[in-house]
Design a protein around this ligand. Structure first.
Ligand code: FAD
Length: 484
């Protein structure tokens, strides 16, 4: 028998065994339409899979994982496939099974009294927001992909988004997890307890692990009182340094009613205006930086507009702000948010995007932005350098947009990407930051992790991985740097 025939026979046997667990209609075999599951949304990473399997519940996930463990087959967990780092894409060997969580989409419990919701991992983020709203609560995680990303993916990447300033990132929103470990054991830490000092907090291991330590099948999450009033402004700033001064003033004036601070460089807004239809920019773009400021409060009678106007009025007088628009209606607020939510789409259409996710201490943020802009321009003079970020968290996304004709794919762009990454890593390390605040490491950044992360930390990560997944079957080739 030739190797190709035996590979095909092995694939067919695996498909049959998986079908016996989930039903044949929930397995996508080689030769069937696997494209949506083996290519990332940006088209950067193209893999192959021995099968894509869609279990319906935790028991089926556990059975699939046990089967793969017995046969030594690698697994790639996949949620909405909206991730930024290729972490949900299998490699090109065609050996891995992609486990899609879409069918684990039930809300298991919700309590307005306890401010908690328990959901399965395949629930779409927006669905969870809507379920919370039905009981008059807020699930605050919010990001551009919320209509298609899944909570399992959010947990696996420790996603951030636009409300971290007030509510924290995904890690801070998780009360408990249910996880299928690499040997098929179900770890049930799903209780929605607010307090728990009973030994190690094991759930934390799986948050941000990008599917390398197990498959999250369900989560208990925190809910919050729903804001009843909000005020939104977009302001023009004469320099990035003004952001921090303004943030300090706003915090003094309105405390934790300051919910979001989203910055965009002028170049970033120009990219959006050029490539995304129906985006209305309320200014002539003359300033170098623009900032969205959102205040919210849970008491309907609270006047947020007056303190916002007063803070901005004082900022004008001091020269911290050069122009400002305050949304007069829900529709206007939506239009302003649309600018921010169009960043990924607009940038993707503008060319080949080399994007970064660094976070540095707040006090170094302006210096970081200035240094990387200058130094990327030196190594890649043809790049269009734009920035946006959850600036109150210290997280600035620096994007170097290259001409897509000159750099049509990842392989062609690789040497230039390496030069740009080296500059960003260097500045991130020098200014006390890390290279990923919220997107993760995946394939894209694993070679860079060692440049900014302490070797002792990486050694410990390898030991944890070896302990939980000794055969290395769970999302191999992701997160941890290649062994020297
Ligand atoms: P996937 O892309 O499918 O997977 C991501 C990783 O999680 C992979 O390693 C995968 O193996 C693992 N995984 C998925 N499900 C599970 C599971 N159940 N158990 C274990 N591992 C699992 N991210 C932000 O943080 N902030 C933003 O503001 C933001 N904005 C975005 C805007 C747009 C338009 C887009 C397209 C993406 C944006 N992202 C943002 C990135 C992305 O949406 C997040 O990383 C999201 O959390 C990924 O969720 P997903 O379900 O698509 O996961």
């Amino acid at each position: 028998m030739s190797l190709a025939v035996s590979d095909a026979a092995a694939d067919a046997a695996l498909v049959e065994a998986l079908a016996a667990i989930v039903g044949r209609q929930h397995v996508v075999a080689p030769g069937e339409d696997q494209e949506p599951y083996v290519v990332d949304w940006r088209g950067r990473y193209h893999g192959r899979a021995a099968a894509v399997v869609k279990p319906a519940d935790t028991a089926q996930v556990a059975a699939v994982v046990r089967l793969c463990a017995e046969r030594g087959v690698t697994i790639v967990p996949q949620g909405g496939n909206t991730g930024m780092c290729g972490a949900a894409t299998p490699d090109a060997s065609g050996q891995a099974v992609v486990v899609r969580l879409d069918r684990l989409n039930r809300v298991r419990a919700i309590s307005a009294l306890a401010n908690s919701i328990t959901v399965e991992a395949g629930c779409i983020l927006q669905t969870i927001q809507e379920e919370a709203e039905k009981v008059d609560r807020l699930f605050p995680l919010s990001l551009g992909a919320e209509g298609s990303c899944q909570i399992g993916g959010n947990i696996a990447t420790n996603a951030g988004g636009t409300a971290v300033l007030r509510y924290g990132n995904t890690r801070e929103l998780v009360l408990g997890l249910e996880v299928v470990l690499p040997d098929g054991t179900v770890l049930d830490r799903l209780h929605a307890l607010r307090k728990n000092s009973s030994g190690y907090d094991l759930k934390q291991l799986f948050i941000g692990a990008e599917g390398t330590l197990g498959i999250v099948t369900a989560a208990s999450l925190k809910l919050f009182p729903r804001p009843r009033v909000s005020a939104l402004a977009m302001v023009a700033l004469p320099e990035i340094e003004a952001v921090l001064t303004l943030m300090g003033r706003l915090r003094s004036a309105v405390g934790d009613r300051l919910a979001s601070l989203e910055a965009m460089s002028r170049g970033q807004i120009e990219v959006i205006a050029e490539h995304v239809p129906d985006v209305a920019i309320p200014f002539a773009l003359e300033a170098p930086w623009y900032l969205l400021i959102e205040l919210t409060d849970t008491l309907a009678a609270t006047d947020l507009r007056t303190p916002l106007e007063e803070a901005l009025g004082a900022a004008f007088e001091e020269g911290l702000v050069t122009d400002a628009v305050i949304a007069e209606s829900g529709a206007q607020a939506e239009a302003l948010w649309k600018i921010r939510h169009s960043v990924s789409e607009g940038s993707k259409r503008a060319g080949y995007v080399v994007s970064h996710d660094s976070v540095v201490p707040l006090e170094n943020q302006a210096l970081f932005a200035r240094n990387v802009e200058r130094r990327i321009a030196e190594v890649a003079p043809e790049a269009r350098i734009v920035m946006h970020g959850h600036i109150g968290d210290g997280n600035i996304h620096v994007l170097a947009i290259l001409d897509a004709k000159q750099y049509p794919d990842a392989a062609t762009a690789a040497p230039m990407v390496a030069k740009i990454n080296a500059v960003v890593d260097d500045e991130t390390a020098a200014l006390g930051g890390v290279i990923s605040a919220e997107h993760g490491i995946g394939i894209s950044n694993r070679g860079r992790l060692g440049r900014v992360t302490n070797p002792a930390e990486i050694a410990l990560m390898r030991r944890v991985k070896a302990l939980l997944d000794p055969a290395g079957l769970m999302n191999p080739g992701k997160v941890l740097p290649p062994e020297a």
